[in-house]
Design a protein around this ligand. Structure first.
Ligand code: SF4
Length: 311
């Protein structure tokens, strides 16, 4: 499989672009994710010509609007230049399937960046470049390196990346009513773990060649929005039990009891999701079902990423 293009704050890859000439290399990103993702680095502060090393910046609130200015020289305002750089990179960003940002940066931070007003900081800001980039690319999965340390957030981000990647492949291969319906069918169980998949199904009910572009546009906006919800155990249990229903006639009493017990143990937090899922896969190898076999819920991303081992 081709590596998936992901934008990233350059300093997270170990590039010495920070204000102090250093970097913030992230071991999980360069060690694990780099096996699957082709990272495309962006350092907005260097790109607008601030140099390395450079005076430090922060966000301030002035007359109701947020500015990115020098800490020592408040007249050094780079807000518009950072915004303009994000706009210049719009076409490069459109090629991406995800973006990993450096937390707390007044340029790159995704959330909770300090904003100073009357000398007091409040953690309620977004980096200027990051805000503009996200505004320009509302479908793009975006996450910060710090939050990738959380198993649920990490899995959620990577799952959204793979869904958007498959969507881009679908478009590249030529979208048809049939291919969109198949895409939905293969993602139904993933959608079910996040929300009621019937809403998106209804959107596709009246699909035709004439309204294809408009329906597809609405579909992907709704899909990427609902996937932002981090799935809890109860929702996964719901999907596991739904999948189990496809084995109703195939499983004997002992196998059924074993599966039910593992699902309950998963619900109670005693075992990770991989355990009941592996047993289900084992049963479907013996009793194949094309709907389940083709469902991305069973294999949403390479298993070597070991994401569901920690859910
Ligand atoms: S946080 Fe963003 S602006 Fe700052 S060094 Fe890293 S890539 Fe550059």
């Amino acid at each position: 499989m081709k590596k998936i293009p992901i934008g990233i704050s350059s300093c997270l890859l170990g590039e010495n672009v920070r204000f102090d000439g250093g970097h913030k290399c992230d071991a999980y990103i360069v060690g694990t994710l780099a096996e699957y993702f082709e990272f495309r680095p962006f350092c907005p502060e260097v790109a607008i010509g601030l140099g390395v090393p450079r005076p430090t910046l922060h966000l301030v609130k002035k007359e109701g609007t947020i500015h990115c200015v020098g800490i020592k020289d408040p007249d050094h305002d780079v807000t518009e230049r950072l915004r303009a750089y994000a706009d210049q990179q719009k076409s490069s960003h459109e090629e991406l399937c995800g973006y990993i940002l450096k937390k707390e940066s007044p340029s790159c931070g995704m959330e909770r960046v300090k904003i100073f007003a009357n000398g007091q900081p409040r953690r309620e800001g977004v980096g200027i470049y990051a805000a503009e980039m996200m505004l320009n690319n509302p479908l793009l999965p975006v996450e910060e390196e710090g939050r990738l340390g959380d198993a649920g957030l990490r899995e959620n981000f990577i799952q959204r990346v793979y869904v958007l990647y498959r969507w881009k492949q679908l478009l590249a291969n030529g979208l048809t009513p049939q291919s969109l319906t198949t895409f939905h069918a293969r993602h139904k169980l993933i959608i079910m773990s996040h929300a009621d998949y019937r809403d998106l199904g209804q959107l596709l009910a009246g699909i035709s060649k004439e309204n294809l572009a408009s329906v597809a546009g609405q579909y992907i906006v709704q899909l990427m929005a609902l996937l932002k919800t981090v799935v809890n155990r109860a929702s996964h249990v719901n999907v596991l039990q739904h999948i189990q229903g496809y084995l109703k006639k195939e499983l004997g009493a002992d196998d059924k009891a074993e599966l039910c017990e593992l699902i309950e143990r998963y619900r109670n937090g005693e075992i990770p999701l991989i355990v009941p899922l592996t047993l289900l896969k084992h049963h479907f190898r013996k009793s194949p079902d094309s709907y389940i076999e083709n469902s991305y819920y069973m294999s949403p991303y390479p298993q070597e990423l070991r994401l569901i081992n920690q859910l």
